[in-house]
Design a protein around this ligand. Sequence first.
Ligand code: CA
Length: 220
Amino acid sequence: MQKSNILIVEDEEPIARMIAMNLKVAGYEPTIFQDGQEALEALKEHHDYGLALLDVMLPGIDGFALLPEVRQYDIPVIFLTARDDLSSKISGLTGGAEDYIVKPFEVLELLVRIEKVLARSGGGAQKVTFLDMEINFEEHSVRKNGQEIPLKPMEFDLLAVLVKNKNIAISREKLLHLVWGVDFMGETRTVDVHIGQLRKKLGLNSHIKTLSKVGYRLED
Ligand code: CA
C-alpha cells in the first residue's frame, strides 16, 4: 500500500482542491472524487491508498455508506464533517473511522491528523531528507551528514512539524498547540527556546527564519 496516496471524496470543489493542493505540498499524492458512487466504482479498480478523507454529505453515496466499502481495503478513514453533522460523528467513529475533522478546518490541523492516522496504521519507515539531514519519524532520529544528532523529544517534534510544513510561516501559538498540545499565549517563550536549540544543534541558523510578530518559517 502506498501510504502517500490519499483518497479525497468531497463534493465541494473549492474544499477538495484546497486539500489536494496542500497535501501535494506536504508530499502526498491526492486523488479527488466529488461523487460517492463514482468513488465506490473507482475503488473496485484501484484501492492503493494509505488513507481516505471522506465528506459525510455527498451525492451518490454518502460518507457513512462509503465507509465500510473503503475499510474493506484496509484504508483508514478520516471524516470531513460539517458542524451540523456533528451529532452523527459518533456513529462515524464507531463505524470504523479513525478520526473526524469539522469544517471549516485549518490545513495544518488536517495534516497533523493525517500523520497521526498514518503513523498508527503502520507501514514502512517514514523518512524525509532535508538539506544535509535525514529525519526518521519512526525512529525519532535525525542524522546530519550521516551522524546522529541527539535531540530532546520536544525538539524532535518541533523539527518534525517545521520540516513537514517547510516554507510555510507558523505562529508560535500554532507551534505550541501542535507540538505541546497547549494553548497558553504566555508560554510561547518555550517555543523560542526550542527553536534556539534546533538552530544550534542542527546548524539551522540561516534556515529557521524568525518572522517578526508572526512566528517561524523553515526554509530549504
Ligand atoms: Ca458535502
